[in-house]
Design a protein around this ligand. Structure first.
Ligand SMILES: [Zn+2]
Length: 459
């Protein structure tokens, strides 16, 4: 008897602890952790001396081949693999036609999900989707009973933009989600406040990107979060606040969960590492919503991550070309930035090296918590019997971020020139080495669509 792979000599990291030991992989699954002499012979032994061996990153907020991103599943998943991410959760947008790239109402939610499954066939890493409701129709509400129990238990709703929903309709969605045990995933910014402030910028000729953050202020994010989270509490639905950017909206989530209610939240790598001065330095490149905030908001993100009132760190990866960002006024720029390949190394460097967070906390925030939050029991752990999604991480290697070696179709990085210490050396997806020393070493299509289960948040 033998196993496929043993990773030996490294320090294993889980959300609970670090320990010296070896990890055995067979047939895509972790089959043992512990002393190497307990394991059968391996076809391949990976020497991880001096390295950390941890679960692959689970990024529950990425935009790939959707209305907001030029990446294909192939390009984005290669970037993910190089950055240590082994599972991504993207979005299937109700009403969006991938052929015409327009919201023309032609795809129902189940059809949109099926379309992502098909278009993701060339993914290198595993992928799931959130359903995104963009229309206030009874048909969309009825579709929830089909999609939530069948692999897509989380439903994205926006309070802003043309895809935004009214509070009344969101309330109906929360009622359905409460019955179905699904999760409401909320982008919260008060639309009319942001619109009015954007119009004021246009009137006053404030087209320089330095004015952009004032058009989508922190209180507008907190106002919409407060409305949405109240509806979730009143209806008994699970609530997940995405891309929390500021102290005011983190406090809304923290207050709502004081009684043990089912409220969770994420922030993103950029909200923990960069502030609004980026608009002076980088123009429209870091233009996305919500905007970058103040240094105090960065402190707030770490405070809430450490107290546990924010659970997850994601990227909100969304690829555009630098050329498409070259506009006269910020309001003509597309919103989004490329983060999949750089997000984990940058967050590690800031959180562990600069701020002293522990490796188990890091693993909890980027792998274990997102997997548990979104119904992926096979992911985000090193527990025998689960998927062998594993990274070997060199904590001492330093390098400078350079978008020219990034696999995303985006040709710029908001972290360009940033030196980070800590580098993903090897990435395994279900036991297969997909990225090795900065190179992709497996064929696209290795990734599978993951059917998720309705998550249990009571633990
Ligand atoms: Zn997003």
């Amino acid at each position: 008897m033998s196993v496929d792979t043993v990773i030996d000599g490294g320090t294993l990291v889980t959300a609970e602890r670090t320990y010296e030991g070896a990890l055995a992989i067979d047939d895509g699954t972790i089959v043992g952790v512990g002393a190497v002499d307990q394991f059968p012979d391996a076809d391949q032994v990976v020497d991880a001396t001096g390295k950390y061996v941890m679960p692959g990153v689970v990024d529950p907020h990425v935009h790939v081949a959707d209305p907001f991103s030029i990446d294909s599943y192939e390009s984005a998943s290669k970037a993910a693999a190089l950055g240590g991410t082994t599972t991504v959760i993207g979005f299937a947008f109700q009403g969006w036609n991938p052929d015409t790239e327009a919201f023309d109402g032609s795809y129902s939610l189940p059809e949109a999900i099926e379309s992502v499954r098909t278009r993701g066939a060339d993914s290198l890493v595993d992928f799931g989707v959130h359903g995104a409701l963009t229309e206030e129709t009874d048909e969309g509400l009825e579709d929830l009973a089909e999609v939530v129990p069948n692999g897509v238990p989380s439903i994205k709703m926006f309070t802003a933009y043309e895809v935004g929903l009214s509070n009344g309709f969101m309330h109906r969605v929360f009622q359905r989600l409460a019955d179905l045990d699904g999760v409401g995933v909320l982008h919260t910014e008060d639309d009319s406040v942001c619109e009015a402030l954007t119009e004021a910028c246009k009137r006053e000729g404030k087209g320089d990107p330095v004015h952009y953050p004032r058009s989508r202020p922190d209180y507008a994010e907190a106002m919409a979060a407060d409305d949405a989270v109240r509806m979730a509490l009143e209806t008994g639905a699970k609530y997940y606040g995405i891309h929390t950017s500021c102290r005011k909206s983190a406090e809304v989530l923290a207050a709502a969960r004081e009684d043990g209610s089912q409220v969770r939240g994420e922030t993103c790598v950029h909200f923990t590492t960069l502030d609004e001065s980026v608009y002076e330095d980088q123009g429209t490149l870091p233009l996305f919503a919500p905007p970058m905030r103040t240094p105090d908001d960065i402190e707030a993100m770490f405070e809430h991550l450490q107290t546990g009132s924010l659970d997850v760190v994601s990227t909100d990866h969304c690829a555009y070309t630098e050329e498409s960002k070259q506009v006269d006024n910020w309001w003509d720029s597309p919103f989004g930035a490329n983060l999949l390949q750089t997000g984990f190394p940058v967050f590690h460097d800031e959180a562990v090296n600069e701020r002293g967070l522990s490796y188990p906390t890091l693993v909890r925030l980027v792998a274990t918590a997102p997997a548990q939050t979104f119904g992926l029991p096979e992911k985000g752990t090193l527990t025998p019997g689960t998927d062998a999604d594993v990274i070997v991480f060199d904590p001492d290697a330093s390098y400078t971020i350079d978008a020219s070696d990034n696999e995303s179709k985006a040709d710029f990085s908001i972290f360009e020139g940033r030196e980070v210490t800590g580098r993903v050396e090897k990435t395994f997806v279900r036991g297969t080495l997909v990225a090795d020393d900065g190179e992709i070493v497996a064929d696209p299509g290795h990734g599978r669509f993951v059917e998720r289960v309705e998550p249990d948040w009571s633990a």
